[in-house]
Write a protein that binds this ligand. Structure first.
Ligand code: PMP
Length: 286
């Protein structure tokens, strides 16, 4: 079945969706995106994704071309047209077609380019990796200094992921000034002395929507949480490690570089948080 995608108000086959070569997203990485998970045909944490979208657009001074209801309606229509029960919806908004490539922004009335498409991922919540956990390498975090903005400038995270694959691992944790910032496309956590530790929010990391939910659920379950920097050595000596993201939910990490974490098997805290996260987010899905 040909996928139906959204482009600037139209629902069209993916083969017919064409964007100008002058689009600022294409020539300059001048675009913002969001990725929302779908379970049982419903959108997980949709208001959180909308809030972050607006914040990112604001930081880039890209006009928000639609209101939340229009984004929601378009997400739902794509799910219906593509018969998605479990999967993801990608949304990207670029500064639009600026004509000849120019560092100066195009005129204010240039329409942003809005693209949405879906992935079908049946059984996404039963990812077999949850049973084994994932193994990561560490790499220097050489991304720009505004990682809190969800922009499409993803060349380095993608290169880091490829380095991890080349090393026979699943992903990379990025390190700056001796401290872990986050994973290539996920937030990073350790569990030590019964406390969940994750880096505090700042311009250094993406403010994960899953992170916000997981920390709230951890708090409600009376689990101890500390938002602070941690080193690679501290992570390697921890009882558990895990990541969170919209597509992986909560995923255990069992190895960091050459060190096995804890027993080398997925730990109970990550398993419990995953269970609570999936249960609660299914309840609030729309
Ligand atoms: N950090 C980075 C760098 C990411 O790309 C992502 C995934 N978008 C995350 C963290 C996790 O964010 P979320 O939970 O909102 O998917």
């Amino acid at each position: 079945m040909t996928r139906t995608v959204y482009l600037n108000g139209d629902y069209i086959p993916e083969t017919e969706a064409k964007v100008s070569i002058f689009d600022r997203g294409f020539v300059m990485g001048d675009a913002i995106y969001e990725v929302t998970a779908v379970l049982d045909g419903k959108l997980i944490d949709f208001p959180g994704h909308m809030a972050r979208l607006k914040r990112s657009l604001g930081e880039f001074s890209i006009r928000n071309p639609l209101d939340d209801d229009a984004y929601l309606a378009a997400h739902r229509k794509l799910l219906e047209l593509n018969g998605i029960t479990d999967g993801m919806v990608y949304l990207q908004i670029s500064r639009g077609n600026g004509g000849d490539r120019d560092f100066v922004f195009p005129p204010e009335d240039t329409p942003p380019t809005v693209v949405m498409f879906t992935w079908n991922k049946p059984g996404m919540a039963d990812n077999p990796l949850t049973q084994t956990g994932i193994r990561v390498i560490t790499l220097p975090d050489i991304r720009w200094k505004r990682r809190d903005i969800k922009s499409v400038m993803l060349a380095y995270p993608s290169m880091a992921k490829m380095q991890a694959k080349a090393a026979g691992r699943d992903d990379a944790w990025l390190v700056e000034d001796g401290f872990v910032t986050e994973g290539t496309s996920n937030n990073a956590y350790i569990v030590a002395n019964g406390t969940i530790v994750t880096r505090a929010l700042s311009h250094d990391i993406l403010h994960g929507i899953t992170r916000a939910a997981v920390l709230r659920f951890a708090d409600e379950a009376q689990m101890k949480v500390e938002e602070r920097n941690f080193t690679v050595a501290e992570a390697q000596a921890a009882d558990e490690a895990f990541i969170t993201s919209s597509s992986m939910f909560v995923m255990p990490v069992v190895q960091i570089d050459d060190a096995e974490i804890g027993t080398g098997k997925p730990g109970p805290v990550a398993a419990r948080l995953r269970e609570i996260y999936l249960e609660e987010s299914r309840k609030s899905a729309i």
